[in-house]
Design a protein around this ligand. Sequence first.
Ligand SMILES: C[S@@+](CC[C@H](N)C(=O)[O-])C[C@H]1O[C@@H](n2cnc3c(N)ncnc32)[C@H](O)[C@@H]1O
Length: 283
Amino acid sequence: MAMRETILKAIEEPMKRYYEDMTTVLGNWQPLERAAAELLEGRDVNDEEIPEVYLPMLQMMRLIAKVTRESEWDWADPRIQEIFKDKAASPLYGIFTRVMAGTVSAIFSNLQIGTLVEVGAGPGQVTQSICEEMVKRNQSIPLIISDRAPGIMQVREKLARAFPSLSITAHIWNVTEPPPGDLVDRLVKPVLVFERFCLPYAGHEAIDMISPIADILVMQDDLSITGRKMSFDLLYEKIGTTFLTFSEAMRHLKKYFSFIHTCDKETTEAINSGVTTFTVALK
Ligand SMILES: C[S@@+](CC[C@H](N)C(=O)[O-])C[C@H]1O[C@@H](n2cnc3c(N)ncnc32)[C@H](O)[C@@H]1O
């Protein structure tokens, strides 16, 4: 079977599960958007006013509104760290982690992959799930994790202790720049690159830095289909995130990949969302 068909078949199952998770847990995003609009106007929103599943996101947005009114946003601020930790551990993020790990591992289980590369790995939640999948599936594909933050080295140490049978290396890589030479030297083709929620901080142009090394790219980022900014986007812009659009991401991806697939079309329609979140691209 051609690579394209193999991948489409492999990701069917994790995407079906994602559809079920999202349509059961969410319904639609309007309450969160309304809350963002209120916060932008300088009003507060009580926890009881939105469905519980959105609470960690409401707390994060409330904090963004408050902190950016008073001072500069600083990720090292302990209040921010604390709330981000809760957000990352929330059921909604659990769904995002499961589908990402499910998609990447479905691909490497069905296709020979030489190297896995994660971009903007942060605290390594997705990485950990992918390591668990590799061990469960009795595989050990060399894994390179990267981030612009030096903390990636400690993340590697922790993962290497937890998964001694796996080969994990780490590199500091700011993806607004080309990959470091020692990372490129480690690559064995075909290379599968994946990233989650890094592009909002690095911008569309980072696609031009990560795509040249990727034979397969899996991206999990909210890409606006309409190109119209929502209150949610305006609030997050206050902390320096880029408003990502589907059309601009496609313009960059098309320079490198012959096949680009939006994996979550049905989910987007079912939950009445203005963004698509999962893209798989092949050379
Ligand atoms: C929201 S966190 C996501 C972390 C992880 N991917 C996850 O989904 O849990 C964004 C990550 O992107 C990293 N990042 C932001 N800009 C970057 C850049 N230009 N190059 C590399 N990493 C970057 C940050 O350091 C942070 O770890």
